[in-house]
Design a protein around this ligand. Structure first.
Ligand SMILES: *Cc1c(COP(=O)(O)O)cnc(C)c1O
Length: 420
């Protein structure tokens, strides 16, 4: 998976991309064949796959198999026919996407729950340190869960500081530095290796939230020597709404840290039915309750699609798609808040505009589904597996028409713009 490399530098294209340019890029796109593996409505250009990934065509049949054959026919026997080890088996399928060893990742629960487990475990592992540091403006659940986690550990506290003050905030009381790799609003990406080194040099554990970067940019947790990571699977990984999330614990910590959610699935011998909790060795101890097999089945199907995909091809295409919309935004004089350097961002592009909400609604009415993030951000997700350059060019054209004609001012803007 090309660990340790950065995406190919793609120079920012200043000239507007023509429809012919976009089609020429599609003709040589190594990921072009993946588009047909997704069920997308014909009349939609879907620029929100960073929030809810599209449905893989293989998923409905896989779900039906879990329901009718595995559950309906095999009944409880299915636990011994692949269900019970699903969290580890599927974690191993995520591992190559994040630069982890197969036995360093499990799936289950939600990103929020994994964050809680990792934060409390991290705080308890070093009683001499009491502070969790995170970034102001981080994804809300990360800060909310951190608030709840410090409340569970006597003496612990949460320090939330602006990005430019993070480095100075690290000190010998810092237990965990919690950062989200790619920012959900701006698309800003932290340098994973540099920040992990900073946290570890300060004696703290580094906990990454990869929700907005997994499946979008190459990630190398082992290369960066990261301690802990969590991430979402229903965004770029297309696992389905509320799909089980993943947790990474570096091998060196797996048996040293303890999950505060000491449920039976994390017990060394769940079916010995002991009264007392004894944590399993390895990643199994991070499980809490029974895996949700219906949603797990959808996730596994989506991940099988990722097998063999070159993360650098994904990053290169993402950069190309970004340039198409960045050029459209430049032509309109829009304020692009996402970094121009592909190594410094994720796979979405955000524009700040006082009427971002109305523009988002007007675009949706025209079939271009992006989203609005409070207070003034128009956010457009670029998913290289199922968007063609032509799709993104068309979206750029509709954006231009919407902003230039100010059609968003018209409450009856549901009339479709025809783009040829
Ligand atoms: C999407 C996302 C989450 C989602 O958490 P849930 O527990 O699945 O609701 C968490 N953190 C970040 C940074 C995200 O982008």
């Amino acid at each position: 998976m090309g660990r340790g490399q950065t995406p190919d530098p793609v120079l920012f294209r200043k000239e507007p991309v023509t429809l012919e340019d976009a089609r020429a890029l599609d003709a040589t796109d190594p990921l072009a064949a993946y588009r047909d593996k997704f069920a997308l409505p014909e009349d939609v250009i879907y620029l929100d796959g960073n929030s809810l990934g599209a449905l893989p065509k293989a998923t409905p049949a896989a779900l039906a198999d879990v329901a009718t054959r595995q559950w309906g026919n095999r009944l409880i026997r299915s636990w011994n026919e692949g269900w019970i080890e699903a969290p580890q088996r599927i974690g191993a399928k995520i591992a190559p996407l994040i630069g982890a060893a197969p036995d360093e990742v499990i799936i289950g629960d939600t990103t929020s729950t994994h964050l809680f487990k990792a934060l409390v475990a991290g705080l308890r592992s070093n009683p001499d340190r009491h502070t969790v540091i995170s970034e102001a403006g981080n994804f809300p659940t990360d800060l909310h869960i951190a608030e709840g986690a410090v409340a569970c550990v006597p003496g612990a506290r949460l320090k939330v500081v602006a990005r430019e003050n993070l480095a100075a905030a690290l000190d010998d009381d810092t237990a965990v530095l919690l950062l989200t790799h790619v920012h959900y609003k701006t698309s800003d990406r932290f340098d994973m290796a540099a920040w992990t080194a900073r946290a570890r040099d300060a004696g703290a554990l580094m906990l990454w939230d990869l929700s907005h970067s997994v499946g979008a940019v190459p990630i190398d947790l082992n290369g960066a020597n990261a301690d802990l990571a969590v991430g979402c699977t229903y965004k770029y990984l297309n696992g389905g709404p509320g799909a089980p999330a993943f947790l990474y614990v570096a091998k060196r910590w797996q048996d040293a840290l303890a999950s505060p959610l000491s449920g039976w699935m994390g017990h060394a011998a769940p079916f010995a039915f002991e009264d007392t909790y004894r944590p399993a060795l390895g990643m199994k101890r991070w499980l809490a309750g029974t895996p949700a097999m219906l949603s797990t089945g959808a996730l596994e199907t989506a991940l099988d699609l990722w097998a063999g995909i070159d993360q650098h091809a994904v990053a290169s295409k993402s950069a190309q798609l970004f340039d198409i919309l960045a050029a459209a935004g430049d032509a309109l004089g829009l304020d692009c808040v996402s970094p121009r350097d592909p190594a410094k961002r994720g796979s979405h592009i955000s524009f700040r505009h006082p009427h971002a909400y109305e523009i988002t609604q007007a675009l949706i009415a025209c079939g271009v589904i992006g989203d609005f993030r409070d207070p003034d951000i128009l956010r457009l997700g670029l998913t290289p597996l199922y968007l063609s350059h032509e799709d993104v060019w068309r979206a750029g054209k509709i954006l231009r028409d919407t902003v230039e004609t100010e059609s968003w001012r018209d409450p009856a803007y549901s009339q479709r713009l025809v783009v040829t």
